[in-house]
Design a protein. Structure first.
Lengths: 177, 264
């Protein structure tokens, strides 16, 4: 999908309609990222609200000439969600999150998203190699830098890059056909 | 690095994830703007990842968007009053009200002070009036006495002090023999010591018969050291003695201050 630069520019000028359309385009993906981090539907909704309010308030700091809009909001979403998991109230309510990743969520979910090829994804994640799960989880859902992921998984940077590409390529074949 | 090499390097995936190192981002962005196939590839990677994340998302209630919309509108509404200029009419109004109140307070205070001043002046006026009345009545008394003493009915005698007791003393007597009235001026007598009082006697010489005429005391005073006596036996001489308070029946001759004859 080509980035909707026109909508982004309009939002930056305070156009609520443009902001509403951008919300429709990105909110579910952002929600998925947040949920994979906080693992609580109510908290995920609150964080999503915060994230989009931040997007609106800080829209002027993004430039359509630099970086993907999705990457920009992805960073805001991951940071806000991670901040939330570090808050006192969150720590009191939740104990251990580390063992759950996106595959666990997809496998255990009954009401998967209608917009996407849910069955295909389910098949894909069932067949996904454990290495791919870990790489995508760290780089995409958890927001690790390539250096951090390389260190955590104990694989060379070059290998990490090519393996990540291969994993996302598999994903792409499944979801986009 | 050619477009194909860049695509194969796996950098685009990291770029979309936001995991690429700073120095590599420039290279990727330059390639994206330069090569349509790199841009297309980036978009496909992004679509795949968006799809994956959407799959993970639980159902999203419509309320969430309503909440976001309300929040950003609230922020905008809260910002507006800050922009608005200072409300001069209100400030002027309040300032005027405060000045007005201050003015009234000041005037009340002034009024109070003036009222106090008037009261003080009234009291002073009353005191002055009383004094004036006193002086007027004194003046009238003195004039009356002066009129009496000037009249031809009265003879004046200066009675000398007793050489033995009070050589410096003297007393003046204004005597009306027809009506038997005497005014005695005791300005020349020393003032009586405490517990003592001067007593005036009329004296007949042959034989020496003293009769008390009265005391030099307030009830007999008609003004300014002048005492009036009447209805006393016809006298050939007058004497003044110092007696214990209340006076004596007979004169104490050792305390005879004044003695003098009056010609008949």
């Amino acid at each position: 999908m080509e980035q909707p630069n026109q909508l982004i520019l309009e939002m930056q000028q305070g156009n609520e309609k443009a902001f509403s359309r951008l919300y429709s385009m990105y909110s579910e993906a952002v929600h998925g990222i947040i949920y994979s981090i906080v693992l609580d539907e109510n908290i995920a909704e609150e964080v999503l609200q915060d994230v989009f309010i931040k997007i609106w308030n800080n829209s002027s700091t993004y430039s359509v000439h630099k970086g993907r809009f999705f990457t920009w909001i992805l960073n805001i979403a991951r940071n806000t969600a991670i901040d939330e998991t570090r808050s006192k109230s969150f720590k009191n309510a939740k104990k251990n999150l580390s063992t759950t990743n996106f595959v666990d969520i997809i496998s255990s979910s009954d009401s998967l998203n209608k917009k996407t090829n849910a069955i295909g994804i389910k098949k894909f994640v069932d067949a996904l190699k454990p290495a791919c799960i870990k790489i995508i989880d760290l780089l995409y859902f958890k927001g690790f830098t390539q250096a951090e992921a390389s260190k955590t998984l104990d694989i060379p940077l070059g290998t990490l890059k090519t393996r990540n590409r291969a994993c996302i390529n598999d994903l792409r074949v499944m979801v986009l056909g | 690095m050619t477009a194909e090499e860049l695509i194969a390097s796996g950098k685009l995936e990291l770029y979309v994830c936001g995991a690429l190192a700073e120095d590599e981002i420039d290279e990727v962005e330059r390639a994206i703007s330069e090569f349509p196939e790199v841009k297309k590839e980036t978009e496909l990677i992004e679509d795949s990842l968006i799809n994956l994340a959407e799959t993970v998302a639980p159902p999203l209630p419509a309320m969430v968007w309503t909440y976001i919309l309300n929040s950003i509108r609230k922020v905008r509404e809260l910002k507006e009053p800050k922009v608005r200029a200072i409300n001069w009419p209100a400030i002027t109004g309040w300032a005027a009200a405060i000045l007005f109140m201050g003015g009234i307070m000041w005037m009340l205070k002034q009024n109070n002070e003036l009222n106090n001043d008037i009261q003080i002046t009234n009291i002073e006026n009353t005191l002055l009036k009383e004094e004036k009345n006193k002086f007027e009545s004194q003046l009238a008394d003195n004039n009356e006495i002066l009129e009496i003493l000037r009249s031809k009915d009265y003879q004046t005698y200066t009675l000398p002090g007793n050489q033995a007791v009070a050589p410096e003393a003297f007393a003046k007597v204004y005597l009306n023999k027809n009506e038997v009235v005497a005014y005695i001026d005791v300005k020349g007598l020393p003032s009586a010591p405490r517990g003592k009082v001067y007593q005036v006697w009329s004296l007949k010489m042959e034989p020496l018969t003293p009769s008390s005429m009265g005391l030099i005391e307030a009830p007999n005073e008609v003004g300014n050291g002048i005492y009036k006596f009447s209805d006393f036996p016809v006298a050939e001489a007058f004497g003044i003695t110092l007696e214990p308070e209340g006076g004596s029946k007979t004169p104490t001759l050792t305390q005879l201050y004044i003695l003098g004859t009056v010609n008949i």
